[in-house]
Ligand binder design. Structure first.
Ligand code: FAD
Length: 318
């Protein structure tokens, strides 16, 4: 059984999650006794593609196009690549893109789909995977019985295993794909760390009390080179922009380090942060549920704790 992994790029560069996805695809292919093919869509330099050899990429299909593609066009290219490479397992990241494309690809391939898969399969024959359920509160096992299978992998659940090897890049013709959109203008935000790609995220909740109190949080984020985020009520109140809202109805983040400042730890918030490697919580209520999810907790008032933390990190970085 061969594996096709769709690797998403951002302005020609691969995302942090790509190495994990490629290494995961290689381990799946080994487990299934098949080969691994990667599919890249858009314009990516050959060196950038070949670097993925270190994570197990063997063959990379590069569908080079400058056309602004919609989800239908992406799904059609992924399904064609799966059919042409003989892949019976298609893998994507469980992010905004993967969530939008995987069902479309599954329909095109008449495949069974399991999303938010947690790590490597429980068994290959039959094909059984763990997936997150109830906003990440529990894991369920699911068997995909169809011949063709599509899965999306939750970030930071499989880890990265390096593989020695060289990647061979082949061009895939994307000229026949039609798209229903044209881009009128693009606005690039400079100087901001992309929340979904950040290694460190400093996030504030209602415990920050008002929009005016965000300066100390931004200061800490500045010292750590972190992206800023917030809980949903904070963006609902208009204290922070909606694109910073993390959780079940917001962004899903998977940084190495997540600071939850004045966030109670509701299940809907945890759904967006459960793939973080280390969670640090600051809350004045020792019974706050966030402490059950956190690796490190500080019980205290943010007004005193936050400036001290910032100072301590500033000294460490000096
Ligand atoms: P609160 O629950 O009010 O918690 C504030 C915390 O700050 C408390 O624990 C308090 O002890 C602490 N605190 C107060 N003052 C201080 C201080 N001075 N120093 C230190 N600590 C202090 N929420 C999300 O975040 N993301 C989502 O995607 C999301 N989706 C939802 C979807 C649905 C369908 C529903 C019903 C809810 C959703 N929610 C979501 C809301 C969620 O249920 C919680 O209400 C929300 O996460 C709480 O936000 P919070 O922790 O900032 O505020």
């Amino acid at each position: 059984m061969s594996v096709l992994v769709y690797i998403e790029n951002w302005n020609g560069k691969f995302k942090k999650s790509t190495c994990e996805l490629v290494s995961y695809g290689k381990r799946l292919a080994n487990g299934l006794g098949g080969s691994l093919t990667l599919l890249s869509i858009g314009r990516v330099a050959e060196d950038e593609l070949k670097n993925l050899g270190a994570y197990g990429a063997g063959k990379i299909l590069s569908a080079e196009t400058d056309a602004p593609l919609d989800d239908k066009a992406y799904a059609s290219l992924i399904a064609s690549a799966a059919q042409n490479s003989g892949a019976t397992l298609v893998v994507m990241a469980h992010n905004v893109t993967g969530k939008a494309l995987a069902p479309r690809v599954a329909v095109r391939l008449n495949a069974g789909l399991v999303s938010a898969v947690n790590g490597l399969p429980v068994s290959y024959q039959p094909f059984v995977v763990n997936r997150k359920a109830f906003s990440g509160k529990s894991l369920m096992q699911a068997e995909i019985t169809s011949d063709i299978k599509v899965i999306t992998l939750s970030q930071n659940t499989a880890g990265i295993e390096p593989f020695a090897g060289n990647a061979a890049v082949e061009t895939m013709d994307a000229s026949a794909v039609t798209s229903g959109i044209s881009v009128l203008s693009t606005e690039v935000q400079t100087g901001k760390i992309l929340l979904s790609e950040a290694d460190v995220v400093v996030s504030g909740g209602r415990g920050m009390r008002s929009a005016d109190n965000w300066k100390p949080l931004e200061e800490l984020a500045g010292v750590l080179g972190a992206a800023t985020a917030c809980s949903r009520p904070v963006s609902d109140e208009g204290w922070r922009p909606h694109h910073e809202h993390v959780g079940q109805t917001g962004k899903v983040v998977a940084p190495n380090l997540y600071f939850a400042l004045g966030i109670s730890g509701a299940i809907q918030h945890l759904a967006g942060i459960s793939s973080s490697k280390v969670i640090v919580a600051v809350n004045k209520d020792p019974e706050a549920p966030i402490f059950s999810a956190a690796d490190y907790g500080i019980v205290g008032d943010l007004q005193t704790v936050l400036p001290k933390m910032t100072e301590a990190f500033r000294k460490l970085k000096a």
